[in-house]
Ligand binder design. Sequence first.
Ligand SMILES: Nc1ncnc2c1ncn2[C@@H]1O[C@H](COP(=O)(O)OP(=O)(O)OP(=O)(O)O)[C@@H](O)[C@H]1O
Ligand SMILES: [Mg+2]
Length: 528
Amino acid sequence: MHITYIHISYIYMSYGSYKNDFPKVSELRPKIEFFIDREMELRKLRTLVKSKNKILLVGLRGYGKTSLLVKFLDILEKEEKEIGIYVNCLRIYSGADLLLEVKNDIEKLDILEDKRVVEELEILAKLITNPKDALDNVFKKLSEIGTRVLIFDEISTMVQRFALQKPFRGAGGSRAVAAHLKSLIEAYDFSIIFSDTSISSLHELFEDYTSPLFRVFDTKIIIEPLSLQATLEFVRKLLGIKHVSLGEEEQLLISEFSGGVPQYIKMITALIDREMDKEEIMRVIDRDMEQGFLNEYFTALLDKFPWNEQEVLFAIAKGLERFSEINNQVINAAQALESLVRKNMVVRVRKSKKDVRYLIRDRLFKTWLSLQETPRYRKLSLRRAKLYSLGLEAMTREIFLTLEKSVLIRDALGREISINPTREVRRYEGALGEIDLIATTVKDETYIGEIYGGITCKKEKIDQLLRNIHIAEEMGYRNIRGLLITYFEPPEETIEYAKELVSSGVDIYILTYDQLKMISKYSRIRIW
Ligand SMILES: Nc1ncnc2c1ncn2[C@@H]1O[C@H](COP(=O)(O)OP(=O)(O)OP(=O)(O)O)[C@@H](O)[C@H]1O
Ligand SMILES: [Mg+2]
């Protein structure tokens, strides 16, 4: 009894600290207190909307689709004095809901003076019950008031709900809804943005050639995580609001855990309620992943997948990457993997005909999976999970693993090196020591890397790299090129030291964020 009480109160407490952070279903347009980055996406939306494009916006859960759209409408209204309407489809259950929701959004527009349409929509909502007529009238009214863009956020939800109602029900269901939407999109000449979290639903609606909406769209925008710099800015901002100050390395650690996903940045920073060192930060994250809100969040996320996809996700998270390995563990693995790839949860990497591998895109989710104890797999520690799947180090290995063509770059010392696709990439940990990166390339070179995940890369890291090279030679690797990989520009001292070594004939390079970014352009895993 006592234990139950503690458990409940713990969850309640941790929920308390989040409750203002989550977009509520009951909200119209969520309010944006501050907005970080997304400059490129905002610019793109502006240009596309100006030329009346039909746009598809895709992004995993919590990546910031809704925030981006609402911010965009803000700018559109304030700077261009244009009308944009936002519909949160999660709130729409019926035709009347749609009419009322559009009315609510119009009511809040500052630039529209003549609000007669508000009353008209209210009356229509009383008269119209079916979703088809509601859609017709919404498009018509919006066109009359000179709307520039209409946004349907979480569109697949609305399509599925409308499909079950007359006249769509019995007349083709979601196909009929899609066909009707297509006719409206083509009849009116304002811009439309459809956004959704479920990539497979979007795919079914817009990219499956049998769907009526196939190719109705001009552009697809994919939302990626925020960049490392933007993530750091976000973390600082959130900490500032709470008057908590953390050191730079600690801020970087939080960013690393978040993977640049806005929702995760918020959830993790919410755990920091006072000054903490790295050890403490790891501890609170570990605890939350085990019994706090992060655990609740990922349990719910896992629940959304059918059981055989869950089994595959566990297998990958526990370290099985190759198709052959996964297929040994899971019945019908091929089908589950294909579905996970379509949902964008998993990336397929084809190294050769016989060597196909799978990576889980969402690193924090992968980490949570690896922390679970299951009958078949051991629980990993957070520290190991971070090393192998979560942090910048793991990302770097994934970039090398999924590189698809050779990239010529100039390193931080000003030397040119061609980074070639790899056959095998791994981390070594054994009797001889530890090496962060061992990558053998298709040209039979071996990249030996020391990856530094902190901010100030001291010259000792170069000594560490030299030791790694030495170990690799003992292990029998030949044709070695040493890479010191650090995310921030190293201090002058480190550069000088490396230059001296190079001039005495040592073949080492220093790669920083810029070089990795170049490489990741040709790789399946994007740097964030
Ligand atoms: N660029 C940003 N600047 C500041 N906060 C952001 C930004 N992007 C997202 N957020 C915050 O991160 C959280 C998740 O963002 P949002 O709800 O926009 O994501 P989403 O992709 O719409 O998620 P879902 O799939 O759950 O609808 C929100 O609390 C939001 O305020
Ligand atoms: Mg959203």
